[in-house]
Ligand binder design. Structure first.
Ligand SMILES: [Zn+2]
Ligand SMILES: [Zn+2]
Length: 283
């Protein structure tokens, strides 16, 4: 069974992949299920209906101007997914998800959004800390490698202790993808990662394997094999696999390899979701 549980479309500001093309490509590639998980990043992006518009130049004294991009146009997104579910019924299963790029101070906005639509699945990701993006190095700049690693995982621990309307943690060790100083030793962050994983398990939530590590040329999986091993040892069972696709060539990529990796680590199931409830599918 192949299910891609991390898929972006042109509803995300960093993709131009039309939603229906994703569906037809997924069918062509033999996928059984896709879950759309377009981006919402409160704090750094505006909502589609923001009266100030989606493009603006901000920045205080000494800060560069920047363009604020837009979150998903939720009403159109939810309606189109419902339409595609009906049109392609019997050929592929399609699920309604989002990727919440969350920070503790933006939780109230996500609570409101979550209660507004019948989501199947939510990825909880950290793309920003203190409204500073990881991928641009804004967050890491001026901090030591130890500081940005610790602050990233501390933010994650606080989130999983505070927020509960999600399904899995996205790309748990994303900070390593953007770490210009190289690989930070696992043993230094193991205690806090263990705390995060224990909180996730106690809460009935899970983690994902994000196969974009292949296209980013990372030497390890995302999350690392050390983290996948630790999660399994701690009794973690809820796990999804997603390509984090933003373009046709990413869709469904390396899902089978991730299944092999999980099997080799002793996992027996992966999960799909409906109405926020996991179904365990034998590996
Ligand atoms: Zn992400
Ligand atoms: Zn993503």
């Amino acid at each position: 069974m192949l299910a891609d549980y991390h898929v972006h479309t042109d509803y995300s500001d960093d993709s131009t992949y039309p939603m229906e093309d994703v569906v037809t490509d997924a069918i062509e590639r033999g996928l059984d299920e896709v879950c759309f998980t377009d981006h919402v990043d409160y704090g750094v992006k505006r909502d589609w209906d923001d009266p100030l518009g989606v493009e603006y130049h901000a920045g205080g004294p000494g800060e560069p101007e920047r363009i604020a991009f837009a979150n998903v146009d939720y009403p159109r997104y939810v309606a189109q997914i419902a339409e595609l579910q009906a049109r392609y019924e019997g050929r592929i299963r399609i699920k309604l998800g989002l990727e919440f790029g969350m920070q503790v101070h933006t939780i109230p906005q996500y609570e409101k959004l979550f209660s507004s639509y019948p989501f199947d699945f939510i990825i909880l990701s950290i793309h920003e800390v203190g409204d500073k993006e990881l991928w641009t190095q804004d967050f890491q700049r001026g901090l030591t490698q130890q500081e940005y690693n610790e602050r990233y995982y501390e933010a994650m621990l606080e989130l999983v202790r505070t927020y509960h309307d999600y399904s899995v943690l996205g790309h748990l060790d994303l900070i390593t993808r953007y770490d210009l100083a190289g690989v930070y030793p696992f043993k230094k962050v193991r205690p806090i990662i263990e705390e995060i994983l224990r909180a996730v398990i106690a809460d009935g939530k899970g983690i994902e394997v994000n196969t974009s590590s292949h296209r980013y040329g990372l030497s390890d999986s995302t999350p690392s094999e050390d983290i996948l091993r630790l999660y399994h040892e701690l009794g973690g069972e809820v796990i999804t696999i997603g390509s984090d696709s933003h373009a046709p060539e990413h869709l469904g990529a390396y899902l089978a390899e991730a299944q092999d990796q999980l099997r080799s680590l002793g996992y027996r199931y992966t999960c799909t979701f409906e109405g926020m409830k996991p179904t365990f599918v034998r590996l």
